[in-house]
Design a protein around this ligand. Sequence first.
Ligand code: NAD
Length: 476
Amino acid sequence: MNARLQSVAQLETVLAAQRVATDHQGLVSLEVRQRRLQAAIDLLVDYSQPLAEAMDRDFGGRHPGFGLMQDVLGSLTSLKYARDHLAEWLPDSPRQPFAPYDQLGAKAWVRYQPKGSIGILGTWNAPLFTLFSPLASAFAAGNRAVLKPSEVSSHTAEVLAAAIAERFDPLELAVITGGADVAQGFASQAFDHLVFTGSTAVGKVIMRCAAEHLVPVTLELGGKSPAILGSSLDMAEAARRLAIAKGTNGGQICISPDLLYVPQDQQQAFIAAFSAAWSELWPNAEGNPDLVSVINDRHLQRIDALLDDAAEQGARIIHCPAEAPQRHSRKRPLSLVIDPPAQSRIMQEEIFGPALVLLSYRDIEQVVAHINAGERPLALYYFGDDLQEQAYVLDHTLSGGVTLNDALMHAAMEDAPFGGVGASGMGHYHGREGFIEFSHARTVFQSPAHDPRREWGVLPPYGEHFVAAMQSQVSR
Ligand code: NAD
């Protein structure tokens, strides 16, 4: 059997074989888990160059150094963190048995057992990270897995599938490539847990497929992540950090700032500071090897349609750097879209590309109300030194995660969960929470030798004092 699967029928066969292997194996030791994690680490190290080149080709311009940083090193960080912390997560967790059984010698504990086989569907924007970062948690929890890379980043998918076929036993890790039809077939299998990274719309399709076998899902979705410039801040520094974040991967990141709330009297100052910061990082768009291209023409047309619609509806658009976008080119300047009307498409749909909406505001309550009127976002960013205002924003909003005085950073935390809430997703990976996500927390109660229930009078046939005895226990 080869770890590269050729059809959904083969996937079904491998899943059944993984199930038999899981049942036969019993306890999955620390060493086995670490060996699987190490094999994934070795694969990424050994194939790092062809993978970075394949990502560059998939994007039609994504600096191989950036591919190494975001996808290879990002994935390695998750895998190594799991490998190096697993021993702390693995032991059974002792629990306090209820009284008076605790006095009689009862014992209780929670054992974190592997669920079995985990299916992981990745995206093109982070074609390795969206597979290997959840895989780190899945392997740490003692599971086997099957990966389905995105068909949009097909070169990367090919290199990865060949590498997995060479390095892995399909009973531990397999891979299947293909488009939406394969994704649906994949999501309809009797996995023990399914991870999907992608859009909210497709997330609903995946969850419906998974419902057939009651497969639990982790959905890592997207949305319109807001950023707020507070009332007191270092404008130049905030603009610089926002430019770095917005330019990362050409804006094609699930937690990329999408809507930026700017105090009304600060709009001009922000635009000037942001443009200056942007031009320092990416002085030109056309032909700039440091700028990540829009992945393909379909996405370029989607972004252009959002911008055209906003312009038609009266939004002002400023390009950074100030060069006219070349319609045919996927290397695009960043478009600042200023105060588009609420009904414009760019106010409804996730941008996922080189554009940022600026919304001017008068008071922070108005901003929080506007954010809360939309779907729960995957990320939220607040810039400012006013701790009261910061606390107000944190206390009155809900998002997958938060970074204060910067953007994107919380997702790099290995020691904390990463995931969405509401329409931006459910469940999480990274750190101990990721280990728990892919484990079954199984409670074990060990009864004492002596059973006191007869002498307590709580067993049938009930005596005449039973009701009174129970009633006497009803208390606050
Ligand atoms: P997508 O939802 O369009 O596609 C994801 C995958 O789903 C595809 O590769 C395809 O195999 C499958 N698919 C597509 N249509 C399908 C259908 N009708 N039925 C079944 N499967 C189908 O997303 P994308 O364009 O690959 O990625 C962009 C989205 O992913 C954005 O919304 C972004 O915010 C989100 N994202 C989220 C995270 C996160 O960690 N939360 C990370 C990266 C990207």
